[in-house]
Design a protein around this ligand. Structure first.
Ligand SMILES: C[S@@+](CC[C@H](N)C(=O)[O-])C[C@H]1O[C@@H](n2cnc3c(N)ncnc32)[C@H](O)[C@@H]1O
Length: 428
C-alpha cells in the first residue's frame, strides 16, 4: 500500500499543483512500474480518482485539522489521499495511517509525526469533522464554488442533483456493432460470460445501448477485439441516430477523435466519411478503432475552424460537430476537470465552439443537417452558442431533437448516461 499511496500523492500533486490532466499524470506515475499487478494499478486509479472526486470535502476536513499552514505541499497531498482512504476505502484504518507515516518518511518531508497526529485526530473526531466540513458548499458538493454558483444560476434547485451525480461512479455502456449482430445477440454472449447487462430501449429513436451492471475490463467483453461491440456512453450513442445518415451520403465528422461517433455512424450506414481532428496523435486512435470494427474513413489532421486548409470543396450532406468543450457533463469520468477548469474557460470554449460552427456551416449542402454536440451542462456552451449562431445565420433552421428526458437538447447526467447537449441544424 505504501508505494500506491506514494504514487497517488505524486498524481494528485501533478494535477492540483501542476495542472496536468489525470490520465497523463497516471500514465507518468505508472511509467517504470511494469512489475505492478493489475490490482495495484486499479488501486492507484481508485485513490487518484477518489481523492479528486471528493477533494472539496477532504480539503475542508483537512483545513479543520490543521492549525497552521503546511510548508511542504506533498504533506497536504499525502494527507488528502490518506483521508480519502480512511473515509471511502476498504483498507484497515491502522494500515492506512501506518503507511502514510512511512510514506512521509520515504518522502523525507519531516512530517511523519504530524501525519500520524492528523490522521488519528480524524479517526477520533470523524463525525463532527465531517459535519462541519459540509457546512461550506465546496465541502458539501466537492466542486469549486464558481461551478456550484453557475449550475445553481442555470438549473435552480436541480443543480444539487446534477452536482451529486457528478460524484458518482459512471455507468459502463456498450454499443453493439449492428453490422455484426443485434443487441439481443450480444446480450446473449454477455450472459454466457456471466456479465449481466440490460438493454436501454428507446423506441422513439429506435436503438438500444447496453448498460452493464458492473464495469468489466474490455478484454473480458466477448468479441471486443473482433469488433462486435464498443464501450460508449449511452448519451453519446444518440448522436449517430440524430444525424439521420443514409447509405451513400457524404458525411463529415469534424472533431472525430477518438472516433466513437465516427464508428457508430459508419456502423449505421455505408457513408463516405471524412473524419477530421486537430490532434494528429488522437487521430491515430480513430484509425485503431475503425480497424478493430472493420470500418474505414478518410482521416484528416486539420482544424475544424479553418477548413480552407483541408477541405476539397465538395459539400457534405451531414456534419457532426462534436466540439471541444468544458466536459462538465462527464466529470464523474474525469474528476480532475472540476479542479482544472476556471470560470473564464467557459467563455473561451463558447467562443471557439461558435467559430467552429460558423466555419463548418459553409461545408454543408443545401437541405443538409449539422448536429452540434457537447458533453457539457453549461448553457453558455450549448443553447447560447446555438442561439448566437442562429441569430446571424438566416439559412439555418433549428430542428427538434427526439431524445428522452431532455430539455431543448440538454441531457443531464443520470444513472444511464452522461450529460450531453445536442442541436440539429438544417440548411434551408
Ligand atoms: C469531444 S472530443 C470528440 C469525441 C469524438 N467525437 C468521439 O465521439 O469519440 C473533441 C475532439 O475535438 C478535437 N479538437 C479540438 N479542437 C479542434 C479543432 N479546432 N478542430 C478539429 N478538432 C478539434 C480534440 O482533439 C478532440 O479529439
Amino acid at each position: 500500500m505504501l508505494n500506491i499511496q506514494l504514487a497517488a500523492t505524486a498524481v494528485i500533486q501533478q494535477v492540483l499543483s501542476n495542472g496536468r490532466n489525470l490520465n497523463q499524470a497516471l500514465d507518468e506515475a505508472l511509467r517504470g512500474k511494469s512489475a505492478w499487478t493489475s490490482a495495484q494499478r486499479a488501486a492507484l486509479q481508485d485513490l487518484s480518482y477518489g481523492t479528486l472526486r471528493f477533494h472539496g470535502q477532504l480539503r475542508a476536513v483537512l483545513d479543520l485539522l490543521l492549525h497552521k499552514p503546511l510548508t511542504d505541499e506533498r504533506v497536504r497531498f499525502l494527507l488528502l489521499v490518506a483521508l480519502y482512504q480512511l473515509q471511502y476505502g476498504k483498507s484497515a484504518q491502522h494500515a492506512v495511517v501506518d503507511n502514510a507515516v512511512r510514506a512521509a518518511q520515504t518522502l523525507n518531508i519531516r512530517a511523519s509525526g504530524l501525519v500520524n497526529a492528523i490522521l488519528r485526530n480524524f479517526l477520533r473526531n470523524r463525525a463532527s469533522l465531517l459535519e462541519r466540513a459540509v457546512q461550506g458548499e465546496e465541502g458539501r458538493f466537492s466542486y469549486p464554488q464558481w461551478w456550484i454558483d453557475e449550475l445553481r444560476a442555470q438549473y435552480g434547485e436541480r443543480s444539487a442533483a446534477i452536482l451529486d451525480e457528478g460524484n458518482r461512479h459512471p455507468p459502463m455502456a456498450l454499443r453493439v456493432n449492428r453490422r455484426r449482430g443485434t443487441a439481443a445477440d450480444y446480450l446473449a454472449l454477455l450472459a454466457q460470460q456471466d456479465i449481466s447487462a440490460r438493454l436501454i430501449e428507446d423506441d422513439s429513436i429506435g436503438f438500444g445501448a447496453l448498460l452493464l451492471d458492473k464495469p468489466v475490463p474490455v478484454d473480458k467483453l466477448p468479441g471486443f477485439f473482433d469488433g462486435l461491440a464498443s464501450v460508449q456512453d449511452a448519451g453519446a450513442q444518440y448522436a449517430a441516430h440524430l444525424l439521420d445518415v443514409h447509405d451513400g451520403m457524404r458525411v463529415l465528422d469534424a472533431c472525430a477523435a477518438p472516433g466513437g461517433k465516427t464508428a457508430h455512424i459508419l456502423e449505421n450506414a455505408a457513408v463516405q466519411m471524412v473524419a477530421v481532428d486537430k490532434d494528429e496523435k488522437r487521430l491515430q486512435r480513430v484509425a485503431q478503432n475503425l480497424q478493430r470494427l472493420g470500418l474505414s474513413a478518410q482521416l484528416v489532421a486539420g482544424d475544424a475552424a479553418a477548413p480552407e486548409k483541408w477541405w476539397d470543396g465538395k459539400a457534405f450532406q451531414r456534419i457532426l460537430a462534436d466540439v471541444p468543450c468544458s466536459a462538465s457533463g462527464v466529470v464523474r469520468r474525469h474528476p480532475d476537470i472540476k479542479w482544472l477548469r476556471r470560470r473564464a474557460d467557459i467563455a473561451g470554449c463558447a467562443a471557439q465552439q461558435l467559430d467552429i460552427l460558423r466555419a463548418l456551416w459553409r461545408l454543408l449542402a443545401q437541405d443538409g443537417k449539422l448536429l452540434y454536440a457537447t458533453c457539457s451542462v453549461f448553457r453558455q456552451e450549448n443553447e447560447q452558442v446555438v442561439a448566437a449562431f442562429l441569430a446571424q445565420q438566416p439559412d439555418a433552421r433549428h430542428l427538434p431533437v427526439v431524445l428522452p428526458e431532455n430539455e431543448n437538447g440538454q441531457l443531464l447526467p443520470d444513472e444511464r448516461h452522461d450529460g450531453f447537449f445536442y442541436a440539429l441544424l438544417q440548411k434551408i
